[in-house]
Design a protein around this ligand. Sequence first.
Ligand SMILES: C[S@@+](CC[C@H](N)C(=O)[O-])C[C@H]1O[C@@H](n2cnc3c(N)ncnc32)[C@H](O)[C@@H]1O
Length: 359
Amino acid sequence: MRFRISSQLNLTVLSRIRIYKYDVIDLQRRLLPPTYLALNEWSGFLVSKIICGLTKLEVADIIKAQGGKMNIYEIEKTTGTKEDKLMLCKDHPNTFRNIILLYEEYSSATQYLAYDLKLQTDNENEQVTSFAKAHDGIEAFEWWALPVNKERQEIFNKGMIEQDSIYGKGLHQYYDWSQYRNATFVDVAGGSGGFLFQLLTRYPTMKGVLYDHPSVIEMSEKISNISTHDHTYHYSYKGDFFINPLPPSDVYFFRSILHNWPDEQAIKILKSILCYPSTNASSSYHEVPSNFNPKLLIAEILIDDLPLLYQLDTLMMCMYNGKERTKSEITELLIKSGWKLTKVTYCKGGFSVIEVVPL
Ligand SMILES: C[S@@+](CC[C@H](N)C(=O)[O-])C[C@H]1O[C@@H](n2cnc3c(N)ncnc32)[C@H](O)[C@@H]1O
């Protein structure tokens, strides 16, 4: 049965529905035999493989080209597949086919899951991730930056833009971005600028800065269909936040960044903002001047809101030694980095916007 839920439904009702949804899942878990549940969860990797395979075969596009009217036997004949249909067309405004295609990187990283689980408990100083173990010792972001992996990096960058399709447009709708309409706004590790571009289109007086690795910035014009020299962008900034100081700004924005890093590195990144860059653009950090009072906005999915986030948590562990965090874990990280949490806004769909100021 399908229910039509009004987009006007208030947030209290929505949070109740979320709670009941997890109760139903919990009930299912209690009623079904444990062997069935274990087998069902275990075979989850097959579902990902099938979905990824169908996306590669462009099954959704084939169905669409036929006017969306193909029965299962026609699909089977045209594509040579025997699986069910899938609505994942390349040109769909809410497509997330690139995230699905990332299955290759994600599944190769989980190859060393057992090693990684041990790493978390036995040897916390060991930095090599499960992903690096599967890729000749090269960490994920470095691996994507290799010229030979340009195609894979494009898939990753497009996939990050597709986060809006997965989590809905809640982040855009349920947070008041207009308060920054006249501010300088650095999207730290903003990928190909998909989020920033939409923000600047809504608020053209905002001075947007896109900061990311050089190879990602170079790809951004192609992927986001925009020019970084457009009036919408103030400028783009190529760098590594562990080495190159972030440009001075009123607001720093991090979306889906902290979960890519273990606590130690996450603290380094957060601390780096409070070190003002030198005027001659050298790579050395300077003490923050007393009048520097930036605001930090962190968009993450909190485990408090989505208790079933364990798949993503496991994935972050295997890919980057990262993790999904609760609100109190993020609060603790912030205090250790010289910041103080002031407000959290839950945006329907998944993301929360955490507002932070210097301690
Ligand atoms: C999970 S993606 C998030 C992208 C974007 N914030 C978004 O939500 O669409 C992580 C981003 O961090 C960038 N990144 C990773 N390590 C970095 C570093 N050392 N310095 C700057 N950017 C980095 C990657 O290139 C990538 O674009």
